[in-house]
Design a protein around this ligand. Structure first.
Ligand code: CIR
Length: 261
């Protein structure tokens, strides 16, 4: 079957999970203060509206108070046009999120389970022709080998790449702009991991804007990154912005709060 490169950013649906009050104690590499639950909730509502404005039909799962990071639904599963993979998360407090997302996804896609190792969805960038996969503190070689066997059946090669220090996940520092172009923080952009693609660097001081989402005709970026928004507009992208200040306090951003398919 011929792959469709635009499938990497053409979506009709998204699954989200409502944040629970416990989100304020979510994991973080560096403590910059707890998020405010009320602000998290209102940013999450705005995020939902932005996905709808980009043409997606949004399905919101109920909050899971026992699992503080469960609002970051991108990490426990990976969905491609051919089906979904239930991942194995190495952070002990997030392990049970996989069963929960399985229940949510089962109504929409056929699911396969990762059999060994560890992979977080935030480390996987689908470009339409392959999956670029970050070897991070959360994702290991064993997990990527197991995932590559599943993806091979769907016709997609998996390219493991080493990650620079300081990024939680691969997509903390990059996003797809189109099938041939990636937006990335300079550290990643210059590391060679995107050979074969055009790479656009985030302007200095706006590195967090790299955690963005191409959704159909729209490029959704976090509010507050004026130069990035301007740069992408000049390049011809239709730019939408939404605030993610509270998720950023927990090393989250735009990509991690939904699964798009
Ligand atoms: C965590 O550390 O697992 C969460 N606080 C943030 C997860 C962000 N996920 C992502 O970038 N894909």
């Amino acid at each position: 079957m011929l792959s469709d490169p635009a499938a990497a950013y053409r979506f009709t649906r998204a699954i989200l999970r409502e944040p629970a009050p416990s989100v304020v104690s979510g994991l973080r590499a560096e403590d910059r203060g707890d998020p405010s639950f009320d602000s998290f909730l209102s940013e999450h509502l705005a995020y939902r509206a932005a996905l709808e404005a980009a043409g997606l039909s949004v399905h919101v799962e109920p909050a899971l108070p026992e699992l503080p990071d469960s609002v970051f639904v991108e990490d426990p599963a990976f969905v491609l046009p051919e089906g979904g993979v239930l991942l194995r998360m190495s952070a002990p407090s997030r392990e049970e999120e996989t069963d929960e997302i399985a229940d949510a996804l089962a109504a929409f896609v056929e699911l396969t389970e990762l059999q060994q190792g560890y992979v977080d969805g935030g480390d996987l960038l689908f470009t339409g022709r392959e999956v670029i996969a970050g070897l991070s503190r959360r994702t290991d070689e064993e997990g990527l080998q197991a995932l590559s066997r599943i993806l091979a059946d769907w016709g997609y090669p998996l390219r493991p790449v080493a990650m620079p220090e300081g990024l939680l996940h691969l997509k903390t520092g990059c996003a797809l702009l189109d099938e041939e172009t990636v937006l990335a923080v300079p550290l990643l952009a210059r590391s060679g991991v995107f050979s074969g693609y055009r790479v656009v660097e985030t302007p200095e001081g706006e590195e967090a804007a790299a955690n963005a989402l191409r959704l159909n005709a729209v490029m959704l970026i976090a509010s507050g990154y004026r130069e990035t928004a301007e740069m992408l507009s000049v390049m011809g992208y239709e730019v939408l912005t939404t605030p993610v200040t509270q998720a950023e306090l927990l090393d989250g951003g735009l990509s991690c709060m939904s699964i798009r398919f």
